[in-house]
Design a binder for this molecule. Structure first.
Ligand code: ZN
Ligand code: ZN
Length: 232
């Protein structure tokens, strides 16, 4: 595939041809407008903060987090949304490798020693329809870069939850009740382990929170979260 459709010659955002020496498959224009997450982010979940004065976001100050800390790479705004849209709905599964490179560099700057890498799982039927779980592609590439084991099917999504964007906080919580569990045959793998949980987007964090809750219930020591983009 790489020979027929080399993934490095077109920009992930604007699809203009790019110089093969450019890192990250972004053209010179787009690499400048990507909004990298800087120091002004929530000390708990990693989401960019829009106003100074507090070191945690509203969601973290209002609700209990089951994960230890979250990290993200870019702010979720228009350009970043376009990249993720291409990745998820336009069959650009090879973007996974490119985005994971950026996430790898992000997590390297943190002092996290995870034992294993897991993706936020997709409902199986949905995954079959799309052909891939985008979080799985990110997690797999990251695990390879970090030289850590990757388990795509350890955490299970039991329910095809409703899209969360239209729901309020209470509804989100209800929507996710019982949504995730751990494969009983593999539960020993996470016992007392530190897990790096990977997803593409972080908004309120209710999905990764529900995943972390299930992992801890099944014996994981702690869960860190890494996403490509975060924002409201
Ligand atoms: Zn571009
Ligand atoms: Zn937060």
């Amino acid at each position: 595939m790489e020979l027929i459709f080399p993934s490095n010659i077109y920009c992930m955002c604007c699809e203009r041809p790019i110089d093969s020496k450019m890192p990250y498959s972004l053209c010179g224009h787009c690499v400048r407008i990507v909004q990298w997450v800087d120091g002004n982010s929530c000390s708990k979940c990693g989401k960019p903060l829009y106003n100074y004065g507090s070191d945690t976001c509203k969601d973290c100050s209002l609700s209990n987090r089951e994960f230890k800390r979250g990290f993200t790479t870019v702010r979720y705004s228009r350009l970043e949304r376009d990249i993720i849209h291409q990745f998820k709905y336009r069959d650009r599964s090879y973007y996974g490798e490119k985005l994971a490179e950026l996430m790898y560099e992000r997590i390297l700057s943190e002092d996290i020693d995870a034992d294993l890498i897991l993706p936020v799982p997709m409902y199986k039927l949905k995954e079959r329809r799309r052909g891939y779980n985008q979080a799985g592609l990110l997690a797999r590439a990251l695990a390879r870069n970090l030289d850590k084991p990757y388990y795509p099917d350890l955490l299970i999504r039991n329910l095809d939850t409703r899209p969360m964007s239209s729901l309020g906080a209470e509804e989100r919580k209800k929507n996710l009740e019982g949504a995730f569990s751990v494969d009983g045959d593999k539960a020993h793998i996470i016992k007392d382990k530190t897990i790096l949980l990977v997803d593409d987007i972080f908004t309120t964090g209710s999905t990764v929170n529900a995943c972390s809750e299930a992992l801890r219930k099944f014996g994981a020591a702690s869960v860190y979260v890494l996403t490509f983009a975060a924002g409201s």
